[in-house]
Design a binder for this molecule. Structure first.
Ligand code: MRU
Length: 345
């Protein structure tokens, strides 16, 4: 199952508005980079790899919007729009990874037209590359999945979050395609419900048996439904393997350890940030109180309550059995296994 969450037609960017799912399948199209920034901020475009892909297309749109300027003004405007793009969300490193590539590509250009062409080539490459990375993650991840497994996942790490079949869900889809009988439990993922709205939507388009649970049902599900594997995506992985993912992932890893269930992270190398030594250094986005106090505009809490709404948490490396990447499965000690991934060949 592969949903095209984003598509470049040569002049416009088309993207699926993930805030409208599952009720409506709304594709938006834009030629304006500031709409891409807005879409990332509002989670119309979301999921670490997809944010990186969208940022690269967004910078292509910016370049196309500045083509009437002289080369110096073009460069100044590109620097400013890259900074605006970088400020859209702080946690998923794929955003900064993609913007760094944009910067490097522009550095070796000296004309406006050359810059636009080079950015189009780059964005298409980043997109296609992510599709291939997902397939490879799926293949490696599926080796962890056995016939009869009951798998619990959190948030959405599927086709909607990437340029391909997904990471954690990619492993699940691949295992299913290999004929393994599996059952997936999806956490609803409060407060923005990526699990119930998006992961269940993706799973429903397959024949994989799946069950939606409230986040607070995870421990009981692990014990009573005999969950055999927990696998999630990640937004940023530190050099020591500490992994940042959607809020609630840390709790799941603790519960999995208590029940003796292996806990895996699946993510492309573009999600690994070797510049940060541990999870403590990763900025955790805090979102607006209204995302917790309201649903679809309906108030769930009294006015003016104090709210703590981190969008992500850090799962310490000691709780992680392995990190599935496109190049294979890294095991502890992660400082060694992750740095090998980036060693020159
Ligand atoms: O706030 P979101 O919906 O962008 O958070 C997404 C997640 O936490 C995903 O699990 C992560 O980006 C991995 S997507 C392959």
């Amino acid at each position: 199952m592969e949903t095209k969450s984003i598509h470049w037609d040569g002049s416009s960017l088309h993207f699926l508005d993930q805030t409208a799912l599952p009720g409506e399948t709304v594709f938006r199209d834009t030629q304006d980079y500031s709409e891409v920034i807005e879409a990332i901020k509002k989670l119309r475009i979301r999921g670490a790899p997809l944010i990186g892909i969208a940022a690269s297309y967004g910078m292509l749109l910016a370049a196309r919007q500045f083509t009437t300027l002289g080369y110096d003004s073009f460069c100044n405007n590109m620097d400013a729009s890259r900074a605006q793009m970088a400020a859209s969300r702080p946690t998923a490193v794929n955003l900064f990874w993609a913007l760094e590539q944009v910067k490097q590509v522009l550095r070796v250009q000296n004309t406006v037209d050359g810059s636009v062409n080079a950015l189009e080539k780059l964005a298409l490459e980043i997109h296609e590359d992510d599709r291939k990375r997902c397939n490879a993650i799926g293949t490696h991840g599926a080796t962890l999945i056995s016939d009869g497994d009951r798998i619990l996942t959190h948030c959405n790490a599927g086709a909607l979050a990437t340029g391909g079949i997904g990471t954690a869900l990619g492993a699940i889809f691949t295992a299913h395609d290999q004929g393994k009988n599996i059952h997936v439990y999806a956490d609803e993922t409060r407060p923005l419900l990526q699990g119930s709205r998006l992961t269940m939507w993706e799973l429903q388009q397959t024949t994989i048996p799946s069950t939606l649970i409230c986040d607070n049902t995870a421990a009981m599900t692990m014990r009573d439904k005999k969950v055999s594997l927990v696998i999630t995506g990640a937004d940023r992985i530190a050099a020591n393997g500490d992994s940042v993912n959607k809020i609630g992932t840390y709790g799941l890893a603790i519960m999995a350890a208590h029940h003796g269930i292996p806990f895996y992270i699946a993510a492309p190398k573009s999600t690994i940030d070797m510049r940060v030594i541990s999870g403590d250094e990763i900025p955790i986005e805090e979102r607006g109180a209204e995302e917790v106090t309201t649903i679809n505009g309906k108030r769930l809490a009294p006015e003016d309550v104090d709210v703590f709404a981190p969008a992500f948490d850090v799962t310490p490396n000691g709780l992680i059995h392995g990190i599935v990447t496109e190049d294979g499965i890294c095991r502890a000690p992660y400082t060694e296994s992750l740095s090998k991934l980036f060693a020159p060949t």
